[in-house]
Design a protein around this ligand. Structure first.
Ligand code: KIV
Length: 271
């Protein structure tokens, strides 16, 4: 594994250089101080404070209910845990779609109140005005195309996007528009690997894939999925690196037993 420990602080420029040199970008979600600290010291390049917090932290079925205030709470906790990686924060549903002034105001709140380094928002052509406005205020923006979970009620399903030529064409065009509007990177979620390859080769900004194959310039996974905290979600694209659900269950069951049998605390564990 080649973790670039030389780099002091990962910036959007670092990611651009990584794409140019062919070094893949690692990104993971985090929502709190403790996990952010572990991921940062493990050498992760980017932490995404995803609106997936709505699912994995708050237990909602979709990402739609999470609020800007709640995202700010998660992001400011994450920021206190990192010293090296770049932190990207999702603009939640409803905080940027109405118009570009509202989008800019939301992005400014995130930057001012959390200390994060950039924001992410979903959508292509329809989001361009907001992206341009946020970028022109000096705030780096990451785009997000393909399966954009904030539009789940439009899609009706979490299945692979852009399999049909019309949607694939729009995605190809959207990726170029996002680059022209000033995005520093773009997430490609759940699209065919060949399309992700084509898009990654056609734009100069990095693509970060989730369920979009290995031709992307980087990969992102939701921490609860890759660490096996959440065991019900098993899509084909997910590689599970730990089974924390099993490990935590075992540890807690052992603790319960030790308490019930008065094994814990021992003489050495008391004053
Ligand atoms: O909110 C999130 O976790 C995301 C990733 C799935 C890319 O947007």
């Amino acid at each position: 594994m080649s973790v670039n420990k030389e780099v002091k602080r990962i910036t959007t420029n670092t990611l651009q250089k990584m794409k140019s040199s062919g070094e893949k970008i690692s990104m993971i979600t985090a929502y709190d101080f403790s996990f952010a600290k572990i991921f940062d010291s493990a050498g992760i390049d980017v932490i995404l404070v995803g609106d997936s917090a709505s699912n994995v932290m708050a237990g909602h079925e979709t990402t739609l209910p999470i609020t800007l205030d709640q995202m700010i709470y998660h992001a400011s906790s994450v920021i206190r845990g990192v010293s090296r990686c770049l932190v990207v924060v999702d603009l939640p549903f409803g905080s940027y779609q109405s118009n570009s002034d509202i989008a800019l105001a939301s992005a400014i709140r995130i930057m001012k109140e959390t200390g994060a380094h950039s924001v992410k928002l979903e959508g292509g052509e329809e989001a361009l005005d907001s992206i341009r406005k946020i970028v022109s205020a000096g705030i780096p923006v990451m785009g997000h195309l393909g399966l954009t979970p904030q539009s789940i009620y439009k899609f009706g399903t979490y299945t692979v996007r852009a399999k049909e030529e019309e949607e694939a064409d729009k995605l190809r065009n959207d990726a170029k528009l996002l680059q022209e509007a000033g995005c520093f990177a773009v997430v490609l979620e759940k699209i065919p690997a060949v399309l992700a390859k084509e898009v990654s080769e056609s734009i100069s900004i990095p693509t970060i894939g989730i369920g979009a194959g290995h031709f992307c310039d980087g990969q992102v996974l939701v921490m609860h999925d890759m660490l096996g905290i959440n065991t019900e979600f098993k899509p084909r694209f997910l590689r599970q690196y730990l089974n924390m659900h099993e490990q935590i269950t075992g540890a807690v069951q052992k603790y319960i037993k030790d308490v019930k049998t008065s094994d814990f605390p021992s003489d050495a564990e008391q004053y």
